[in-house]
Design a protein. Structure first.
Length: 327
């Protein structure tokens, strides 16, 4: 019973494949027959296009069976397969009156290109066995202005190559003959790793210095708050307050406090920090954190918010700055 089931499954699986393979067997034709076949297909597409307006007539004129089977075409350049599945699909669409005009127009254009390719003789470059002509074609391409002329190595380049070969011979001769290739690999890794490690160290060092906004001598970056003494910030704030510019005055008092703390090494100078990041750096100093938090809140409300600054805001901000600078 089991054997019968296995046989039935095998027949069910392989019989369609065999039938399909037999159905798609392609005849072999030469170029003349291929050209005649393309002319016939052009006629089929033309007749289908003429009958596309009538659905009943289009069913007969656009029958995909009129295309015929796919073929193998032999030519001096070799043998290639030609499939007409795309043309059958165009005819089926024309029968259903779906984009019939555009689909048939594309089919005619494609058949025309195929006819032009079939009438053009194969270039001698692709004729099998014509090696001399292939070489001449390649030489002509390389001699064109698109490719630079090959130049022999200079004297210094030859000298450097000779030195490399001599150094390699000396390294190999210094090793015991019974030694494995492991020491050579270790030497190569060392030669590569040392300059790469130095380059990475230099890059990280330079990036760290830039991120901190510091010069190598520890001088703050020109745009860092501590590049100006906090007394200068305060003096400018007093000038602005004298003119009634309370918003700008509070702004300068805040940066005077930041400059004061930064100059006392509460944090490294950095021109990219936000006010909240400055507060996070003072979590270990509760007293200073409370004063700067009050000053930051006043600064954000008057500078970034919609609250207008007044003389009272400036006086409170200056009092906080005095407490910070007195510590």
């Amino acid at each position: 019973m089991i054997s019968r089931i296995c046989i039935a499954l095998c027949v069910t699986c392989f019989l369609p494949a065999v039938t399909k393979g037999a159905a798609v067997a392609r005849p072999v034709i030469d170029l003349d027959a291929y050209r005649q076949d393309l002319n016939r297909l052009q006629t089929v597409v033309t007749q289908c296009s003429q009958q596309a307006g009538s659905k009943a007539a289009a069913v007969k004129a656009c029958d995909p069976a009129t295309v015929g089977p796919d073929v193998w075409v032999t030519s001096p350049a070799g043998k290639r397969a030609v499939s007409y599945d795309w043309l059958r699909e165009s005819l089926v669409l024309a029968q259903q009156d779906r984009n019939a005009k555009s689909g048939l127009s594309d089919a005619r254009s494609r058949l025309l290109r195929m006819q032009q390719e079939a009438t053009t003789p194969a270039p001698a470059l692709y004729v099998p066995g014509n090696v001399a002509n292939i070489r001449r074609q390649l030489d002509s391409i390389l001699d064109s202005p698109d490719y630079p002329k090959a130049k022999p190595p200079s004297y210094l380049e030859r000298l450097w190559q000779d030195f490399q070969r001599w150094l390699l011979r000396m390294i190999l001769s210094a090793m015991p003959r019974s030694a494995s290739s492991t020491p050579l690999y270790l030497l190569e890794l060392t030669v590569i790793a040392i300059p790469c490690g130095l380059l990475i160290w230099w890059f990280v060092r330079k990036l760290t210095v830039q991120n901190l906004g510091l010069a190598r001598e520890g001088i703050p970056h020109p745009t860092a708050p501590s590049s100006r003494p906090w007394e200068e910030w305060l003096q400018q704030a007093q000038t602005l307050a004298g003119g009634g510019q309370w918003r700008d005055a509070v702004h300068h008092v805040y940066w005077a406090a930041i400059s004061c703390l930064e100059s006392r090494r509460f944090w490294p100078a950095d021109r990219t920090r936000t006010p909240r990041e400055y507060l996070n750096l003072l979590e270990a100093n509760p007293e200073t954190f409370a004063d700067l938090s009050h000053l930051t809140r006043s600064f954000e409300q008057t500078w970034y918010g919609t609250t207008p600054a007044a003389e009272n805001d400036y006086d409170q901000a200056r009092a906080v700055l005095q407490r910070i600078s007195a510590r």
